[in-house]
Design a protein around this ligand. Sequence first.
Ligand SMILES: NC(=O)c1ccc[n+]([C@@H]2O[C@H](COP(=O)([O-])OP(=O)(O)OC[C@H]3O[C@@H](n4cnc5c(N)ncnc54)[C@H](OP(=O)(O)O)[C@@H]3O)[C@@H](O)[C@H]2O)c1
Length: 232
Amino acid sequence: MNPQQKTALITGANRGIGHETAKQLKQQGLNVILSARDPQKGQTTATELGVDFLQMDVSDENSITTAAKEYKTRFGHSLDILINNAGIFPDQEKSILETTAELINQALLTNTTGPILATQHFLPLLENSKEGARIINISSKLGQLSTMIDTAPAYSISKTALNAVTRQLAAALKHKNISVNAVSPGWVRTDMGGQNADLSVQEGADSITWLATQAPQSLTGTFVRDREQIEW
Ligand SMILES: NC(=O)c1ccc[n+]([C@@H]2O[C@H](COP(=O)([O-])OP(=O)(O)OC[C@H]3O[C@@H](n4cnc5c(N)ncnc54)[C@H](OP(=O)(O)O)[C@@H]3O)[C@@H](O)[C@H]2O)c1
């Protein structure tokens, strides 16, 4: 860890967009802490990228509590950037007329409650960021209310709710100089997006790394795609 550099923590970063974000931020010289729920996959990926690893399952509050404690012991009492990236797509092609309480609860637990709890437990560290901290929630076009259609209801609803979480946190943290924004990365070629998706992981991670490093600190409470604000 270089004390002159900012530190970023990325959840669910052992593969996909989170992994690419870790790579890009490391290339830009930041201290990167790659987090994953599976300790073996996470440690292996972190070692490959030359970054630190922190085990955390965002669907389990005990795991988040333990991770925040471990972070303080290993990396100190300050965090500059929290990227809530971990996500699941549990819908199994069930429509809003067929979906189950279980699928909706699963999606909400990881995609919506996870970012709230991660923010709460890492907030004391974010408050110690010298130049103002940044929280970036990885949302989705499928969570955009203005273009909502009847597809993937559990996932889509959980991402709309994550957008609401973004607005709530942005309002609650504005006076602490902590910015909170949501990102729609576009349709990206990952295990989740599939191989027919439009964008490479490099393109998908671009707005995330922009928000983490270059966007004005005053930008908060917005939904971003391709480095521009979009409608909710
Ligand atoms: N790909 C797209 O087209 C697209 C579009 C819009 C938004 N997004 C969003 O972008 C983010 C990353 O997606 P992706 O395409 O990179 O997906 P992905 O390839 O399926 O990767 C998802 C990552 O999240 C992790 N994860 C899932 N549940 C977790 C939990 N409870 N705790 C910690 N980590 C957990 C997974 O870990 P394991 O390896 O252990 O499963 C994996 O590392 C997600 O929030 C997704 O909703 C993706």
